[in-house]
Design a protein around this ligand. Structure first.
Ligand code: GLY
Length: 381
């Protein structure tokens, strides 16, 4: 597709939609982004982990490879975005550590480390004392863990602000309405208006399935509750690295923010379009993060929120065309929307130009047999 004057309508203003809109507009497409409230959904609630290795799961090697390819693109992507936006993208390069408390948790981390070693991605195992030397905020209940310096993080709200600024500067037109249906060449808005296009990209996260019959059953909401904490004078300093932990089998993570803040996440539940945080979810997150980082007891609790990850049957995203005449889609990124933004943009730009998607992204073809499941989708992690 020649880009000059080609009208692209992007449905959805989260990290994927904004990223694709920005880069397509910078490439010469005439881009309209349809979203009643851009930058307000799962991308706003997110913790911002860019952590393909520490979130790896046996059986999901294709997702790991896709994530590793994308995290490698992040430094250049963030620099380019910062330059285009005139404001920082919020990338943090201090790396990630994983912490285990009980013997079952340590066994699980050992199994993960062994699995990563077998597939050629060895990680460094550390004892409790070594972990505390790296991150003094880690408490005495932690008996061991892993260091993964290449798993990064980003301040998702700085990122969204930068993406919006870059998209505006590149000439993206924002339409503050929600889409209710799409075809390959039209987007119908909730006020009945139809927007004509040469190409349509569905990047509407958990709400994508309602937009086109071919997405029905392929994308579902997966609720995640998250907390935002702020350091208070006198409190023990927050870690500088992302800390992912297992506490009696329950996963919890704490992602640092400038100024000593932490984003603590996240629960995971298949409960439909429910964005109400629960007492039990908040209690579990606070209890577990305090066992790993005891100093957080003195932090301020600023925010409690829940977002809807766009889950897919096999936890891989859907990036490609829905048949010869259907829209393009970039959705179903589940726990990895922010991580996978750079590689998704590369794939979408290739599709818009009529070129081949990068080989690593071919696993995300929406035409793959998505009915296969890893059996993990109902499990919190
Ligand atoms: N990637 C972290 C989460 O989805 O909770």
């Amino acid at each position: 597709m020649s880009t000059k004057h080609t009208r692209l309508v992007v449905v959805g203003g989260g990290v994927i939609g904004l990223s694709c809109a920005w880069r397509a507009a910078a490439d010469g497409f005439a881009v309209t982004l349809v979203d009643a409230a851009p930058a307000s959904g799962a991308s706003w609630v997110a913790g911002g982990m860019l952590a393909p290795v520490t979130e790896a799961w046996p059986g999901e090697e294709a997702l790991l490879e896709l994530g590793v390819a994308s995290v490698a693109l992040w430094p250049e992507y963030a620099a380019r975005l910062g330059e285009a936006a005139g404001q920082p993208a919020g990338l943090r390069t201090e790396g990630t550590v994983v912490a285990a408390t009980g013997s079952g948790d340590r066994a699980e981390l050992d199994a993960l480390a062994a699995h990563l070693g077998r597939i050629g991605r060895p990680v460094e195992r550390l004892g409790g004392r070594e972990l505390r030397r790296l991150e003094p905020a880690i408490g005495p209940e932690v008996r061991g863990g892993l260091s993964v310096p290449d798993d990064l993080a980003v301040d998702n709200r700085m990122l969204l602000a930068a993406l919006r600024a870059a998209a505006e500067k590149a000439g993206v037109t924002f339409v503050a309405r929600n889409a209710v249906a799409v075809t390959g060449t039209t987007v119908t808005c909730d006020d009945g208006e139809e927007i004509a296009a040469d190409a349509v990209l569905v990047a509407a996260g958990a709400r994508s399935a309602a937009l086109h019959p071919a997405l029905d059953g392929l994308v579902r909401p997966v609720k995640g509750e998250i907390l935002r904490l702020a350091h208070r004078p006198g409190a023990f300093p927050a870690p500088v690295r992302t800390v992912r932990a297992l506490v009696d089998g329950r996963p919890v993570y704490a992602v640092p923010r400038d100024g000593g803040g932490l984003v603590v996440g996240a629960t995971q539940a298949d409960v439909g379009f429910d964005t109400e945080p629960t007492v039990g979810g908040v209690r579990d997150l606070l209890r577990d993060v305090e066992r790993v980082l005891p100093g957080v007891a003195e932090f301020a609790l600023l925010e409690v929120a829940a977002g809807l990850r766009p889950g897919s049957p096999d936890n891989l995203p859907l990036i490609g065309g829905l048949g010869p005449d259907g829209p393009l889609v970039a959705t179903g990124h589940h726990r990895n929307g922010i991580l996978l933004a750079p590689v998704t943009v590369e794939a979408v730009l290739a599709l818009l130009r009529g070129a081949q998607v990068p080989p690593v992204a071919r696993v995300a073809d929406p035409a793959r047999p998505t009915a296969r499941s890893t059996g993990r989708r109902e499990t919190a992690r």
